[in-house]
Structures are given as structure tokens and as C-alpha cells.
Design a protein around this ligand. Structure first.
Ligand SMILES: Cc1cc2nc3c(=O)[nH]c(=O)nc-3n(C[C@H](O)[C@H](O)[C@H](O)COP(=O)(O)OP(=O)(O)OC[C@H]3O[C@@H](n4cnc5c(N)ncnc54)[C@H](O)[C@@H]3O)c2cc1C
Length: 436
């Protein structure tokens, strides 16, 4: 099938693939790869296109796994179950299916429209000092390699390939199936409250004892919106956001009014500090309880560009102070809140939280705004404390710089040389971050 053009959600990347395939099974996927090799075409899988970089771009064959969805097998464990899911499944579909089985993913990011494979391939994470990102929750997977072979991987079988495939930026093969370690279904009580940056940082140790804590800082102000989610048993009665309150807070304030503010701020940047103060004050305190995945994820309709750096958690106050100093000196006016989240250390080779307790600092710019000066200032600050950029979000690092940030980088490259010597899954983004 031909596809005229493809673009990602943020409209920062476009592609004109020669071929577009939607296989319905693992053998069909293998046949697509073999055919592409015969025709001397590179291959790239795409999920929901929610990466901000060109990580899913190709001019060869673009493969969507939108026909390979749903749960395939469930094997109960003491704490939940190992759940094998087809790799094209969207996270929100998986969460609903899991809920009907009395199960859940232990943690999620702030949206859930991504595909399972796309989300793990770039190290998608949520927040919570005792919780890891999605890739570290993977216990086994099936991948189709450049020669069309179908390989099962786990810590016991093909452990090196398993390590690079559970967070592989699409460089090692196309995943057809992923097995997650899931937990028993749970609800979350969300408590959102306005605060100040100084107070939030002063009380950070206490706040980080919560199951899932994050905050949004409104640049050019001291205003912060904190979000604290507490895990409750699955049978706890729900008390979701009322329809009117939800409409006012989520649709009008967070999406509608926020969108209008972004347009206004783009035309008149000097208004941004005042608009940020209004935004920070307008979002008032609220508490609600709902199914875990409905609390973790929300709708994001205001289109933006994003860079996110993972830093050692202890460096967070100094990094935010440096960003505040930079903001006080620059003429630029930043209209998007800075998002701060947390994660436990894990051992995934390319995880941004590899072997260290992590704070994530995410900066955004309205899709129509110029982001380069802002992002590169924050990038320099984050890099000065050993920051690692999110694999699906904007950054400027190359393989040489990334190899210093990841102790297993050489092992990653060795597996790539072994399983994809002809660079079947290559594209410009991968050449920059992994080398030729
Ligand atoms: C509004 C918004 C909110 C976001 N929130 C968060 C968040 O809370 N936390 C977070 O960490 N990130 C977040 N992200 C980033 C997002 O989770 C990642 O970029 C993720 O990769 C997107 O998944 P996708 O299905 O769209 O993958 P795509 O962007 O389509 O692809 C990502 C990569 O995965 C590869 N890939 C896709 N399918 C396969 C496959 N079957 N086998 C092998 N490789 C494959 C692609 O080739 C590409 O390299 C957000 C992004 C947006 C736009």
C-alpha cells in the first residue's frame, strides 16, 4: 500500500515512505521485512507517532501494527499476572482489557494513546520514586529481526537481545509481542493542589514518600501545581471528577483556555508571565478517585514540542534554580509549565533511569513557538549534572555524547552490529544517536 505522507503528532517530522504495510500476524510481519530486504528498502515500525523526534521516520517501508492488537495470554502470579500482549495494542486499550481481568500496569505516563511497542521503545515513564518506566516492567518479548527470523527473548533466552529490545528505539527489530508484569487492579486517589516552587522543594523529601508525586512549575512565577496520587485497592468506591468540574478544569482550563493563552502568548510574549500567574491560580485544589489508568492519563489537545531530561534526583533543586536564573536573564518568555516527575532506578541498558534514582525535568513549547534557544539552555543545565535525554523527545546529543551517559552503550552497539549489520532499521535519527 502506498502512503502519501506521514507526520508525527507534534508535526515536527514528516516522511514519504515508498511502502506502507499493516501485517496482521507475526509471520506476515516477517514476510514484510523479507520483502523490503529483497527490494533494498529500509524498514521502520511506527506506533501512534507520538515521538517528537524523527525516530519513526523512513523513506522505505513504514510498518504499522494497528492490526496486531489485544491480549494474547495471561499467566497468574502471586502479585498479579504476566500478560502477553500484541505489540500494536494502544496503552488505553490494554488498560481497559486488563481492568476487566482484575489487573493493571503498575504505572503509566500522562497520556495513554501510545502503542505498547512505541512506548517501551523510547523508555516511556510516569512518576513515582518506587516505580520504574514501562520498559523495566517487560518480562519477555518477540521480535522480528532484519533477516526475517522470529526470536523470543527474555532474561533467560537471548538476554542481550532482550535488554536492547525492551528499550531499543526501533533499532534492533520489530516487536510483535510484549509480556508485561502486571499487578492486581487498583484505584488512585488524586490530590491536586496549587503551591509554590520554594515550598514544594523544601518539602520534597516528604512529598516523595507518596506513591506518585509530580509537579508543574509555571515559568516566570513561583507558582506550582502539585499532583499526588495514592494507590488504593481495586474495590475502593470511585469518586471521579464531576462532569462539570472535569469539563471546566480539564477541557476549558487545561485544554481550551490554555490553548487560547498559547496563541495569545505567541502573538504578545510580554503577556506570558501574567498569563502563567493566571493559569497557576486558576487550577484550584481538587481530589478524586478512579481506576488507576484513568487517573494517570489525561487528554492533551494543545499541541506542543517537548524535551525531557533525566537527572540524578539529588540534583533537582540546583537544576531548577539554574533554570530560574536563566529565565530571569533571558528575554524569552515561556508559556508552558515545566513538568517534574520521578522514577526508581532500573537496569535496562538504555533506560534514562539506568542504575540511578531519577528526576525528570520536561520543558515544552507551543508547537508554533520557537523552542531552540530555550531547550538548548535547559539542555546545557541538565547535561552539567549528567542528564540523559528522553529517547522520544527533542534533544541535540549524538552517539559520542550518549555513550558517556550510558555504561552499557558499547554492549548495545555490539548487539546492533550482530543483529542488523546492514542497518535495515536505520534512519537519520538513529545514525545520530547510535552512530552509523
Ligand atoms: C502529548 C504527549 C504526551 C507524552 N507523555 C509522555 C509521558 O508521560 N512519559 C513519557 O515517557 N513519554 C511521553 N511521551 C512520549 C511518548 O510516550 C513516546 O514518544 C512514545 O514512543 C510514543 O509511542 P508511539 O506509539 O507513538 O511510538 P512512535 O512515536 O510511533 O515510535 C517510537 C519508536 O518506537 C519504534 N516502534 C514503534 N513500534 C515498534 C515495534 N513494533 N517494534 C519496534 N519498534 C517500534 C518506532 O520505530 C520509533 O523508533 C508523550 C508524547 C506526547 C506527544
Amino acid at each position: 500500500m502506498e502512503m502519501a505522507t506521514w507526520h508525527n503528532w507534534a508535526r515536527t517530522e514528516h516522511a514519504s515512505p515508498q511502502q506502507f504495510d499493516t501485517p496482521g500476524s507475526t509471520p506476515e510481519l516477517a514476510a514484510v521485512i523479507v520483502r523490503a530486504a529483497e527490494q533494498d528498502r529500509r524498514v521502520k515500525a511506527v506506533g501512534a507517532g507520538h515521538s517528537f523526534t524523527g525516530v519513526a521516520v523512513t523513506d522505505g517501508t513504514l510498518v504499522s501494527l494497528d492490526r496486531m492488537t489485544g491480549i494474547e495470554a495471561v499467566s497468574p502470579t502471586d502479585t498479579g499476572a504476566l500478560v502477553s500482549v500484541r505489540a500494536g495494542t494502544r496503552l488505553h486499550e490494554l488498560s481497559e482489557e486488563l481492568w476487566s481481568l482484575g489487573l493493571a500496569l503498575p504505572n503509566l505516563g500522562d497520556i495513554d494513546v501510545q502503542s505498547v511497542a512505541g512506548a517501551i521503545s523510547t523508555g516511556t515513564h510516569g512518576t513515582g520514586t518506587n516505580f520504574t518506566g514501562l520498559s523495566a516492567q517487560v518480562r519477555a518479548l518477540t521480535t522480528v529481526l532484519a533477516d526475517g527470523s522470529i526470536v523470543e527473548c527474555s532474561p533467560e533466552h537471548n538476554p542481550d537481545l532482550f535488554e536492547v529490545s525492551r528499550l531499543g528505539i526501533g533499532a534492533f527489530g520489530i516487536l510483535s509481542n510484549v509480556t508485561f508484569e502486571c499487578v492486581s487492579a487498583f484505584r488512585l486517589r488524586a490530590h491536586e493542589t496549587p503551591s509554590s516552587l520554594s515550598e514544594t522543594l523544601d518539602s520534597l523529601d516528604d512529598r516523595l514518600r507518596a506513591d506518585h508525586f509530580e509537579f508543574y512549575w509555571f515559568p516566570h512565577t513561583d507558582g506550582v501545581l502539585t499532583k499526588t496520587n495514592t494507590r488504593l485497592p481495586g474495590a475502593t468506591p470511585v469518586d471521579p471528577v464531576g462532569r462539570i468540574r472535569g469539563f471546566v478544569d480539564d477541557e476549558i482550563l487545561s485544554n481550551g483556555v490554555f490553548n487560547a493563552f498559547q496563541h495569545l502568548g505567541t502573538r504578545a510574549p510580554s503577556l506570558i508571565p501574567r498569563l502563567n500567574s493566571v493559569s497557576a491560580r486558576a487550577l484550584s485544589e481538587r481530589t478524586y478517585t478512579d481506576r488507576s489508568h484513568r487517573v494517570f492519563a489525561s487528554n492533551r489537545r494543545v499541541r506542543f514540542k517537548e524535551m525531557e531530561y533525566a537527572i540524578p534526583v539529588e540534583a533537582l533543586p540546583a537544576v531548577l534554580e539554574d533554570i530560574a536564573t536563566w529565565l530571569s536573564r533571558t528575554e524569552l518568555r515561556i508559556g508552558f509549565p515545566i513538568e517534574v516527575r520521578f522514577a526508581a532506578a532500573d537496569d535496562v541498558w538504555l533506560s534514562t533511569a539506568h542504575r540511578r534514582a531519577t528526576a525528570y525535568v520536561a520543558v515544552h513549547q507551543f508547537h508554533r513557538g520557537e523552542h531552540r534557544e530555550y531547550f538548548s539552555a535547559v539542555e546545557a543545565i541538565a547535561r552539567s549534572v549528567g542528564g540523559r535525554p528522553h529517547w522520544g523527545k527533542l534533544h541535540s546529543l549524538t552517539a559520542a555524547e550518549l555513550s558517556e551517559a550510558y555504561p552499557r552503550f558499547d554492549d548495545v552497539l555490539a548487539v546492533r552490529d550482530r543483529v542488523d549489520p546492514q542497518r535495515m532499521f536505520d534512519n537519520a535519527c538513529l545514525r545520530r544517536v547510535l552512530g552509523a
